[in-house]
Write a protein that binds this ligand. Sequence first.
Ligand SMILES: Cc1cc2nc3c(=O)[nH]c(=O)nc-3n(C[C@H](O)[C@H](O)[C@H](O)COP(=O)(O)OP(=O)(O)OC[C@H]3O[C@@H](n4cnc5c(N)ncnc54)[C@H](O)[C@@H]3O)c2cc1C
Length: 461
Amino acid sequence: MLTGSEYTASLDDGRCTYFDGRVVPDLVAEPAFVAPIRAIAAGYDLHYSSEPGATNPLVVAPRSLAELRERATVVHTMDLALAVTYGSLMTLLTAAPRMSGVDPVYKDRLESYVDEATQRDIRIAECITDAKGDRSLPPSQQHDPDAYVRVVDRKPDGVVIRGAKLHISAASLVHDLMVMPTKAMKPGEEDYSIACAVPVNSPGVRIVNTTFHPRGDDTRHFPVSRVHSMPDGFVIFDDVFVPDERVFLDGETANATVFAHALGLWERLGGLTAMVTQADQLVGLAQLIAEANGLARVGHIRDKIDEMLIHASLLRAGLEAALTNAHATPEGYYYPDELFTNVAKYQGAAQFHLMVRHLHDIAGGSVLTSPTIGDLENPETGPFVEKYMRTMEGVPAEERMRLFHAIRDLTADSYGGWHLVTNLQSGGGLYAQRIVARRHYDMQRAKQLAMESAGIAPVHR
Ligand SMILES: Cc1cc2nc3c(=O)[nH]c(=O)nc-3n(C[C@H](O)[C@H](O)[C@H](O)COP(=O)(O)OP(=O)(O)OC[C@H]3O[C@@H](n4cnc5c(N)ncnc54)[C@H](O)[C@@H]3O)c2cc1C
């Protein structure tokens, strides 16, 4: 296993990453990357064991319902790179048996890759979303044939891929990129049916980063983003060689969605788990700021908080149902129920803006305009800030200001915007969850109940 400092040192491996229009020669020295690297390193230290052959217990596939539940609750509290690595490895293990009928060599490669990645204690990013070009056209009919990642050359010992994967969480801060098709492929789209693992420092890989980490010297009034930001990567594959043993699908169009389906499930379970905590956090912020503003007993404020807590509790119920109704692969690995995972994730994403609307409505304009802690410390402005930002006995100005800063940073500022869109899009937009929900919903039963209520004889239609 790696220690945090070994992880940090491992990033100096010749990888080619960019930020704000310039190359980043030393990731650790880039201010916007310091906090996320530190968070990932802390995750390494937390689970480190010097025992020979030890592996991180959190990335081992759940073998029972209890283990699935336990992992789900801890995974979202881990740093994002570890959470995404868990999702990647579980995706590969869920996909492996489905690929054995296609070509047993894929199953063997998948299982040995998972073993090796676990042993080496590496972090992995999920690379599924292509540039996609004109959304109305399939990959093979795009104006630019590279709009979806594809194989451009086949060598005796591997393939060469070209294209780009966009929005990839933590791409610059992990070791391997797990590449897979983003959608179903048709005959004629064999070159686009490629799944493989690519080291970040492979020749031809370039990553352009974006981040909503606070910029500026005093990050104290960004209490959330200064700890939790994580760069997203625009990952370019400019004719990258991938050896055969890292190729898990190559040309089998009929199986192109195996990985995406498996990934979607684990990604949405992770998203849902985070949303459950996040929803309670928003309820807590609404209640605390209502109390600090002297409004906690007012009818319309209470109504809004009630709506928020009902939504938060239903999300928790959805997660419970997804875990309680888990299924097992033939190898005995447990995965959550598809229907409950997808409908609850859908609900969490679709209603997030309403939660934020209620919170902003309750909190007031200081969400945006509260002075900073620096203003409170400034001897010229501090006494006035203290005087006018406090509301009553027992509510110091600083405490109320910190609540406003947290609400702004989490929901109304640069990182808040990231948060809003991420909730909607990561793991696929709302439509992606609706498709899976419809596929797994028992429509026959619903129709049967409807026919009974209408006194219509049951027919199969
Ligand atoms: C912060 C963040 C982190 C992310 N992390 C990752 C990651 O780690 N790995 C990864 O692979 N991806 C990641 N994603 C990408 C995410 O999965 C995609 O943003 C999402 O799937 C939508 O794809 P898109 O952005 O290309 O939008 P589009 O595909 O353009 O979708 C926009 C809208 O158009 C609709 N649409 C698109 N095509 C069609 C069509 N043919 N017919 C009908 N409707 C259509 C969609 O349903 C949606 O409503 C991340 C996204 C964000 C914002």
